[in-house]
Design a protein around this ligand. Structure first.
Ligand code: PLP
Length: 356
């Protein structure tokens, strides 16, 4: 068997997604919500799950959840597609689009790794445009790439993972207007920025928004929501696997919509924790945090970054370490944890940097 002739070049050229699974006391590497569900929400969920029929397939297309999220976001049902995490929705978009010799997928870098991975896996050519020095969109380069490469899909993470900030809104509007392809605004961290393009769906038919429940306490469910033009959603539904969302996630997603205020209670605490963490990081010599609108902070570490990371791991504190792209070689990303976790992370980091 010659896999070189069987497997796509885009797949052969990649390494598998570098999912780190190190044992740790304090897990601040995956941008999760650190707070467990309240006992009353847990009870309600278990009550609801009792009536689930495990011998039946889950409803194809998650119709009840689709209707619930349409109400939640104030849009028509035909504009909603529910996915097994927004990762799956990214994959569905890329499977449905192109690829063709004269189109490509465009995104700024650094950004969320799955845009590039899924694009290569689905046979697309990718065009990456580095962010400018302020970690915002390089508008001249983005607009030139749109003209030259005519991307069928552009991904903009808003706020951007891993840099943390929201791109300039006017710049994003210019990109949506300049593009004849789809512009996917990925609002995975939208609850922490308070900024959204949800109110702008009527302005552009090529605007697609992604949301997820993963960052607001329900990462284990794998529930993502795509909101876009009904004609696009109709096409994407042909690509979606029939039973892509399991019954537990469909039921619990419905509970989220019913009781969203309770689920979203930790958001304010996380935003306060972000401010505290950022101030404390700033006060450590050799460490520079970047401004964040998300539930994580990117920070640079001028000397011995990899050794600092290894020491953090040895002491049971897991953050995300970057070795590429070049602009991130001195950087790590820490998720905002509970007040206790944040304090322990800062004390451990300070101790390591000061050679204790
Ligand atoms: C920008 C961005 N989009 C999407 C995702 C994936 O979210 P989900 O858990 O819904 O697949 C992540 C996860 O970290 C992310 O950072």
């Amino acid at each position: 068997m010659d896999l070189e002739t069987i497997i796509k070049k885009g797949v052969l050229s990649q390494e598998a997604y570098p999912a780190v699974d190190l044992p740790c006391r304090i897990k601040l590497d995956a941008n999760e919500n650190p707070y467990p569900l309240s006992p009353s929400l847990t009870r309600l969920i278990f009550d609801r799950l009792q009536s689930v029929s495990l011998n039946r397939y889950p409803a194809p297309g998650s119709p009840a959840l689709r209707a619930a999220f349409a109400r939640y976001y104030g849009v028509k049902e035909e504009m909603i597609l529910i996915g097994n995490g927004s990762d799956e929705l990214i994959h569905i978009l890329l499977t449905a689009a192109g690829p063709s010799s004269h189109s490509c997928v465009l995104f700024p870098t650094p950004t969320f790794a799955m845009y590039g991975i899924s694009a290569l896996n689905t046979g697309h050519r990718i065009v990456e445009v580095p962010l400018d020095r302020r970690l915002d969109l390089d508008m001249d380069a983005m607009l030139a790439a749109i003209t030259d490469a005519r991307p069928s899909l552009i991904f903009l993470s808003y706020p951007n993972n891993p840099t943390g900030g929201c791109f300039d809104r006017r710049g994003m509007e210019r990109i949506i207007e300049a593009s004849s392809g789809l512009v996917v605004v990925d609002e995975a961290y939208g609850n922490f920025s308070g900024k959204t393009f949800l109110g702008d769906l009527d302005r552009w038919d090529n605007l697609v928004i992604l949301r997820t429940l993963s960052k607001v306490g329900l990462a284990a469910l794998r529930l993502g929501i795509l909101i876009g033009h009904p004609s696009l959603v109709r096409q994407l539904n042909k690509v979606r696997l029939p039973h892509n969302v399991n019954i537990f996630s469909q039921v619990v997603g419905g509970v989220f919509v019913e009781r969203s205020a309770e689920f979203l209670e930790p958001v304010e605490r996380i935003i306060a924790g972000r401010k505290w963490l950022s101030d404390e990081l700033m006060a450590i010599e050799g460490i520079t945090p970047f401004p964040s609108d998300a539930n994580f902070i990117l920070f640079s570490c001028v000397t011995g970054k990899d050794a600092v990371y290894e020491h953090l791991v040895e002491r049971g504190v897991l953050v995300k370490n970057f070795t590429s792209p070049d602009s991130l070689v001195n950087c790590m990303r820490v998720t905002v944890g509970t007040a206790e976790e944040n304090r322990e992370f800062i004390e451990t980091l300070r101790g390591i940097v000061q050679g204790e």
